[in-house]
Design a protein around this ligand. Structure first.
Ligand code: G
Ligand code: G
Ligand code: MN
Ligand code: NA
Length: 253
């Protein structure tokens, strides 16, 4: 309850900030995008990771204003980098269940893109399998978002309970293989089989595929061998503050 009250004030007091984790093409090695990840600089408790407050924000409904702040801030950063002469890349933003259920989500995203002046193709929204459980509602929502021109990815793919039916019905662009499968890919034949199968399926369905949680050269080689398109993980970089992304990862046009 205390943390919940703190969170209400935190938005006004500018205590949240974003880090970015760069994403790389496994074919060219080039940085092709980044995922925005929220952090809370709590005045008393110090730096809090999202797992400490996102569930709480989800329960209290504060995730809606917080999620909008994340979306707007990530779009503003990305637009600023383009204006500063960096090569344009796509920024991915995580959506929570509550946000995804909002009937006017697409309007809100559209308003933010217009206000910030960011072309929709430079924004990707991440949803999880569990959000697509009600397939008719998900179809409506995703179609409205796709009409704006944003990209859609399925985060933590393979860990949710969902039917493969949604993969052929929903307008999605990318699967992000959950890092729990990538973690043991060199040790556990079952994990290797799962990663290989998800990648192959993505190719057949003409979806992009990103491996999450890539930590070693061996994992990277395995993923390249599977023709996995993109990777994200500590091998490349942990999530970093905006100024570090700018100075170390973005390239000048
Ligand atoms: O950054 P870190 O690895 O600690 O993130 C932990 C979890 O928090 C991840 O599952 C991530 O998807 C989630 N998360 C991070 N930032 C956001 C955000 O802005 N919105 C939502 N809904 N979840 C986020
Ligand atoms: O659920 P989601 O994919 O949004 O989670 C992203 C989270 O994964 C971030 O909090 C980030 O810190 C974490 N993460 C990113 N790369 C790695 C990695 O290589 N290893 C581990 N253990 N965690 C990672
Ligand atoms: Mn994610
Ligand atoms: Na994940």
């Amino acid at each position: 309850v205390e943390l919940e009250n703190d969170m209400r004030k935190a938005l006004e007091r500018d205590e949240f900030f974003l880090e970015y984790q760069p994403q790389f093409s496994l074919l060219t090695g080039k940085m092709v995008g980044m995922e925005a990840l929220v952090r809370w600089n709590h005045p008393k408790r110090g730096l809090l990771p999202p797992n400490d407050f996102i569930p709480l924000a989800e329960d209290s409904g504060l995730i809606v204003p917080l999620g909008e702040w994340v979306l707007k801030t990530a779009c503003e950063h990305n637009r600023k980098w383009q204006l500063d002469g960096y090569e344009p890349v796509c920024v991915s933003v995580n959506l929570s269940m509550r946000q995804f259920r909002q009937y006017n989500l697409a309007d809100k995203v559209d308003a933010i893109l217009r206000e910030v002046g960011l072309d929709a193709k430079y924004l990707e929204l991440e949803v999880t399998e569990s959000m697509t459980f009600d397939i008719d509602t998900a179809l409506n929502q995703l179609q409205s978002l796709k009409r704006l021109g944003v990209h859609i990815s399925i985060d933590d793919f393979g860990t949710g309970y969902s039917s493969l039916n949604y993969l052929k019905s929903l307008p999605i662009d990318r699967l992000k293989i959950d890092r729990s499968f990538v973690k043991e890919v060199m040790l556990d034949g079952n994990d290797a089989a799962i990663v290989s199968t998800i990648t192959t399926m993505a190719h057949h369905l003409k979806l992009k595929v990103t491996a999450e949680g890539v930590e070693s050269e061996e994992q990277l080689e395995f993923l390249k061998g599977q023709n996995c398109h993109e990777g994200q993980g500590y091998l490349f970089s942990k999530p970093v503050p905006a100024r570090v992304l700018e100075s170390q990862f973005l390239s000048r046009l």
